[in-house]
Design a protein around this ligand. Structure first.
Ligand SMILES: Cc1cc2nc3c(=O)[nH]c(=O)nc-3n(C[C@H](O)[C@H](O)[C@H](O)COP(=O)(O)OP(=O)(O)OC[C@H]3O[C@@H](n4cnc5c(N)ncnc54)[C@H](O)[C@@H]3O)c2cc1C
Length: 578
């Protein structure tokens, strides 16, 4: 079946819905989502969205932009960070005006709390910058935007999984999707296509990410010749529930929670004397692992799965229930403890992809280091790399990225589609996708997809995790290649066409394998430590050689690396101390 729209948006998280809301004002817009829209991972975001409103203490957009650049270890494009911080203020008020129920100060203003790496006066002390709705900020964003999209008559194709991009030369024409309920192939022709497919934490064994976070957008683009940017930078959040990876929001530390080792010491005093537990995540995650390795974890055996305590007992039961109710519930459900009186056992969990599909400040996808735009192709949110997060994202800056750049991309699309002709797609445009599906479904299976998933996740966790070195990454690269070979022999066992989750998961595994390869190659290539990319064999940041973005092109079984300059037009790189 062939459909025709001006604008197709893939993904109904915060970024996709905001872009849809804007694009639909001036173009016939549809949103495709493999999930029911409000089940997108944005709904799991807990802690908050940052904006220098200055509601509870003095704050400035300039400080916010600087913190973002420094937090990203100077790999951030600085003009993009400036836009993020400046447009944050209006973006948060827009959300408020659209109905988002933020927590309030006693005077009725939007309340704000502390988060890691957000400071006043260029690093002097923590500042209250995160706006929040208890610990359900993302949930509220999704509900608000979804209601507005329905009101604005955006067309929704729920439970449609996009598997291919139709592109002619440098012009994007549409996408190919499977309808989950029927197994039918649909072709969507559009003047503008926007990917908003979210992150890919499912590449790792222990992750805070939902099962659906399999990087479909970046993988589909990579297979169609689009490079992926800065894929070596993957954020590990310091506080996942031990063994499970379920996130305990940084808001717990923002409200006064403290990390302690087995002696009960507040160990962050030794690593970040100014910001302590609210240092950026890469620093806290590494400090935590260092404590564990030194035998100061709670068990004290120095093994990698030892853990530390997040002590929230000082926050008080009343505040926990008022401001962190979901977190309190998670601790009761998954650990059988009440955080008001018992410390929470935590370990880092794979959390956020700083890298992704390269874009300019209007969400337009760029295909090379010179900024050549792919006509009609856009990306926003976690699947994109604009780059405002550089080598390490600050907490609350992702929800902000969704709203600011979702809005910008939606507006740009509204202008773009006026001047271009609608593409004419034919049934043959789905032939490459059909061919691929045929390969996955016909013939006997020699390997099991589930085993490959398991091996890939363990491999990436152990060898391309928080600490990295040449030898392990080389092993990771060749083992991922071997898994990709085995993947080619995997066949779908279930032949039904109605909600065939076997088929969908195998497609997602193919995406994760391609992204794992690109991540491992990009990481091995970067011979320095910066932000979340921490090499034991190259422990220093090396601006002379490596102050540049990586662009990785997937070419069949190899990854070609190229580079793109970083915009440092506002602040010169300095050593990062907190
Ligand atoms: C537990 C948790 C807590 C977090 N807390 C915070 C926080 O407090 N503050 C903050 O700033 N950030 C937070 N983050 C990060 C932030 O929530 C995410 O980066 C952000 O929500 C991603 O939004 P998105 O719009 O890019 O994608 P998502 O919300 O992940 O949505 C992706 C969409 O793409 C669709 N999709 C994917 N693949 C396909 C396909 N092949 N075909 C069709 N549709 C597809 C999905 O159906 C979904 O609708 C948190 C993340 C997690 C995991």
């Amino acid at each position: 079946m062939i459909h025709q729209f001006d604008t197709i948006i893939i993904g109904s998280g915060g970024s996709g819905l905001y872009a849809a809301l804007e694009a639909s004002q001036r173009s016939k817009t549809a949103v495709l989502s493999k999930l029911y829209p409000i089940r997108s991972h944005t709904g799991a975001a807990q802690g908050g969205i940052s904006a220098a409103l200055g509601n509870v203490e003095e704050d400035r957009a300039e400080w916010h932009a600087f913190d973002t650049v420094k937090g990203g270890d100077y790999l951030v494009d600085q003009k993009a960070a400036e836009i993020l911080a400046e447009e944050a203020i209006q973006a948060v008020y827009d959300l408020e005006n659209r109905g988002l129920p933020f927590n309030r100060t006693p005077e009725g203003r939007i309340d704000q709390r502390r988060f890691g790496g957000h400071t006043k006066n260029f690093g002097e002390a923590p500042v209250r910058r995160a706006c929040y709705a208890a610990d359900r900020t993302g949930h509220m964003i999704l509900q608000t935007l979804y209601q507005q999209c329905i009101k604005n008559k955006v067309a929704f194709y729920d439970e449609f999984q996009v598997i291919d991009l139709v592109k002619e030369g440098n012009i994007c024409r549409g996408v190919v999707a499977i309808e989950l309920a029927t197994g039918e192939i649909h072709i969507f022709g559009a003047k503008a296509v926007l990917f908003a497919t979210g992150g890919f934490g499912r590449m790792f064994k222990i992750t805070s990410n939902a099962y659906a976070n399999t990087g479909d957008g970046p993988a589909v683009c990579a297979r169609r010749g689009i490079p992926l940017q800065d894929m070596e930078f993957f954020q590990f959040h310091p506080t996942g529930i031990k063994g499970l990876g379920i996130l305990i929001s940084e808001a717990v530390r923002g409200e006064g929670g403290i990390l302690r080792n087995k002696e009960g010491d507040r160990f962050m005093e030794n690593y970040s004397p100014t910001l302590l537990d609210l240092a950026p995540r890469d620093i806290v995650a590494r400090s935590l692992v260092t404590e564990v390795r030194a035998g100061r974890g709670i068990r004290g055996d120095g093994r990698i799965d030892d853990y530390v305590h997040l002590d929230a007992t000082g926050i008080g039961k009343e505040t926990l229930l008022a401001k962190l109710p979901d977190i309190t519930g998670f601790c009761q459900t998954y650990l059988g403890i009440d955080p008001a009186d018992t410390p929470i056992p935590v370990l880092p969990t794979a959390h956020y992809a700083m890298g992704g599909i390269p874009t300019d400040i209007n969400g337009q996808v760029v295909a090379d280091g010179n900024g050549t735009v792919v006509q009609g192709l856009y990306a926003v949110g976690e699947c994109a790399c604009v780059s405002v997060h550089g080598a390490n994202r600050l907490g609350t800056n992702s929800l902000l990225d969704l709203v600011v750049f979702g809005r910008r991309a939606g507006r740009h699309i509204g202008g773009y589609v006026k001047d271009v002709d609608a593409p004419r797609l034919s049934d043959a445009d789905a032939d490459p996708a059909r061919e691929w599906l045929k390969k996955l479904t016909e013939g006997p299976s020699e390997h099991h997809g589930g085993h490959i998933t398991d091996e890939m996740q363990t491999l990436m966790m152990e060898k391309v995790g928080i600490y990295r070195n040449e030898q392990e990454m080389e092993e990771a690269e060749s083992q991922v290649q071997e898994l990709r070979q085995r993947y080619r022999q995997v066949r779908v066992q279930d032949n039904s066409s109605c909600f065939n989750t076997d088929l969908l998961e195998i497609i997602e595994l193919g995406n994760l394998l391609d992204l794992s390869l690109i991540t491992a190659v990009s990481a091995r290539n970067r011979k320095e430590s910066r932000g979340a990319h921490s090499r034991e064999d190259y422990p220093e940041r090396d601006d002379d050689a490596w102050l540049k973005h990586t662009l990785a092109y997937l070419e069949e079984d190899t990854v070609r690396i190229d580079y793109k300059p970083v915009d440092i037009s506002l602040w010169q790189p300095k050593p990062r101390t907190y």
